[in-house]
Design a protein around this ligand. Structure first.
Ligand code: FMN
Length: 335
């Protein structure tokens, strides 16, 4: 029988600790380089800093028409809304057409403005600038937003995937509760989402206290006019503890985003109306939300989803998509 090696065990421990320290130092160095690279890429390309580029100008118009489109479909909509947004959108379209010519998304913006004007047919204040703008583009019809019944909205919830996916839309009309078991089932379905090495970064915090919901929405800032109707808010986070290398710096948002999409499909399939809400907030707001919901610091907030049962009838924003040709690039022959 050989004697136990009393030196080898501590030596092995030391070696392991040294190797871990080297790896961590390397990860810190690489993380700094990676975030510097991201920063440079952002500064050189983010639309907000390069509005002269066509894609950035188009994105600004899409955001502009989205504001009006959202107004057209909002619960308790009051006529006369969004005057500033309408003027801003006309200015953007004028400028885009002058610089870049025709575009499908820009035409939709004109259609949304026509729908706005038609809704204000009986409005007592004249709208000469909008009338002249629309008269100069008389070939573009009004982009009327779909008015749907609850059963129509969920009619394709068991349909084959292409129809099911096309039927999913955010809904900003909430009239009733979502049972706890339905939320649990939705999360169970969402957990089928793939994740890097199956590390399953996503976590979900459910806010079902109205006062807490309102405080969270005050921090988030994207739910004016409908947030207070939401029965529950699902805050999807991703656990940074699952991240293993500097190059995985975006993994919380990639894996969390995939989970969010699965969760939205799950909610739609279960007949729950959902509205995805951005988490593009300042560091102070992010800290505030962590504090408010007692979310551990290792969980990055990825997305917020308002949900509820929709009323019998409501309006949905049309939100048209880019053409496949605008999305797809082939590298090779395009076989
Ligand atoms: C990342 C992300 C952030 C969003 N943020 C908001 C938001 O703050 N407020 C809101 O009303 N809708 C928000 N939406 C919903 C979008 O406006 C909506 O998904 C888009 O217009 C497409 O419409 P659809 O989902 O009905 O097809 C967000 C969606 C995503 C994916």
């Amino acid at each position: 029988m050989t004697a136990p090696n009393i030196v080898a065990t501590p030596l092995r421990k030391v070696k392991r600790a040294v190797a871990a320290a080297i790896l961590m130092a390397r990860t810190r160095r690489e993380a700094r380089a990676a975030f510097r690279y991201d920063m440079a890429q952002f500064m050189e390309n983010a639309g907000a800093l390069h509005l002269d580029r066509k894609a950035a100008a188009r994105a600004e118009i899409v955001m502009g028409y989205h504001v009006v489109e959202k107004g057209l479909t909002m619960p308790r909509r009051r006529l006369g809304f969004g005057k500033g947004a309408v003027v801003h959108l006309m200015n953007l379209v004028d400028s885009f057409e002058r610089r870049f010519g025709e575009d499908g998304q820009v035409a939709h913006a004109v259609g949304v403005l026509r729908a706005y004007r038609e809704l204000h047919r009986e409005w007592p204040e004249p709208m000469p600038r909008l009338d002249a703008f629309l008269a100069a583009r008389s070939d573009v019809p009004a982009a009327v937003e779909p008015h749907v019944s609850r059963s129509d909205f969920f009619a394709a919830k068991d349909a084959p995937f292409p129809e099911f996916a096309a039927s999913r839309h955010v809904c900003r009309h909430f009239a009733g509760p979502v049972p706890r078991e339905t939320v649990e089932r939705a999360v169970e379905i969402a957990a089928t989402a793939p994740s890097a090495c199956n590390r399953q970064h996503a976590r979900v915090h459910v806010v079902d206290d109205p006062a807490l919901r309102d405080r969270l929405f005050a921090v988030q800032g994207g739910t004016r006019g409908f947030g207070a109707d939401a029965d529950k808010v699902l805050v999807v986070t991703a656990d940074l503890s699952c991240v293993r290398w500097a190059w995985e710096r975006h993994d919380c948002y990639v894996n969390g985003g995939i989970f969010v999409m699965n969760l939205c499909y799950a909610l739609h399939s279960l007949g729950v109306a959902h509205c995805i809400l951005h988490w593009s907030v300042s560091p102070d707001a992010d800290r505030e939300a962590h504090r408010l919901l007692d979310i551990p610091p290792n969980e990055a907030i990825v997305q917020v989803i308002a949900c509820g049962t929709p009323p019998e009838e409501f309006d949905v924003a049309r939100s048209p998509r880019l053409a496949v040709g605008d999305i797809l690039t082939w590298h090779g022959g395009g076989r």
